[in-house]
Each structure stands twice: as C-alpha cells, then as structure tokens.
Design a protein around this ligand. Structure first.
Ligand code: CA2
Length: 148
C-alpha cells in the first residue's frame, strides 16, 4: 500500500522541454523532470504516474482516470490550455483530491494573455517561475502535507 498516489500531467508542447527556448524553460528534458519526480516519490513510498499530451481531450481523460483509480493528488502544467480550457477546469472540478498547478516560467512576467488561468480557479496551490524545480516543490509539498 503506497503512502499516496500522484498523477503528473504535462500539457501541449512540453514534450519539447530541453530542446528549444532554454532561456525560458531551461535545459532539462521532460524525461529528466519525470525521472527526478519518480525518485522523490519512490523514496517517500508514493506511487506516481506521469503523462504528457498535446491533446486537450487526452488530458481530460487522464483527469477522469485519476478520479477513479485512487489518485490522491494531481500536479498539472496545462501549458497553453491554462489560459483557454474551461474543459480542463471542469474535469479538475470533478476530481476530489489535491490539485497543484505548476508553470516553469513566471507567467505573470510574460504576455498579458498568460496572466489568466482557468485552472487556478480549482488549484489548491500554484507555483510559477521556479523553473522545472517547481514540479519538485509541488511533489514535496504533497508528501510533507500527507505526513502531518
Ligand atoms: O511556464 C509554463 O510552464 C507554461 O505553462 C508553458 C507553456 C505556456 O503556454 C504557458 O503560458 C506557461 C508553453 C509550453 C511550451 O513548452 C516548450 C518547451 C520547450 C520548447 C518549446 C515549448
């Protein structure tokens, strides 16, 4: 029996992490990010599933799966869908566990269309601008909260 179960969701274009625009998104690949999260999770006895998709419906399906498979928390970087997707917000509203929204860049320092997030209306926590470390911060906060 695991301590907790977390689903990590990465939205569109994040499969390109580490290959383009390192000045904004850094040099780590998505696989690097996921591997670090897996190491942290395993050390704490947490189960972890990481998933990336360029398709809104696939991300929604993954949230629906998380509703019913014992997932206790979702860490999500919805990427551009952050700013457009009422459908992802609705799916997260149907999920009963914790939701942490992560952005690698500080969206508030960027174009004004990135300043609004539909997902933030549901998120229990929001991390932006800490680079890929933001994912680790999100996971560590879930792990330490569950231990108290
Ligand atoms: O800062 C973030 O994490 C974002 O969610 C990233 C999204 C952007 O639309 C959001 O406003 C903020 C973009 C993800 C694209 O990722 C790439 C990574 C490397 C190369 C090209 C794109």
């Amino acid at each position: 029996m695991s301590q907790g179960k977390v689903t990590v969701l990465h939205g569109p274009n994040l499969n390109l992490l580490g290959t383009r625009q390192p000045e904004i998104y850094g040099y780590e690949t998505l696989e690097d990010v996921n591997n670090t999260l897996r190491e942290i999770a395993v050390l704490s006895g947490w189960e972890i599933n990481c998933f990336q998709s360029n398709h809104e419906g696939a991300l929604i399906d993954a949230i629906h799966t998380a509703r019913v498979d014992g997932t206790s928390a979702i860490i999500i970087n919805p990427a551009a869908y952050t700013h457009t997707s009422v459908a992802i917000l609705d799916a997260l509203n149907a999920f009963e566990g914790k939701v942490i929204e992560v952005h690698i860049s500080n969206v508030h320092k960027r174009e004004s269309f990135r300043h609004h997030s539909y997902v933030s209306l549901r998120a229990d926590g929001v991390i932006a601008g800490l680079g890929t470390y933001g994912y680790q911060a999100a996971l560590n906060s879930l792990i330490s909260e569950s231990a108290t």
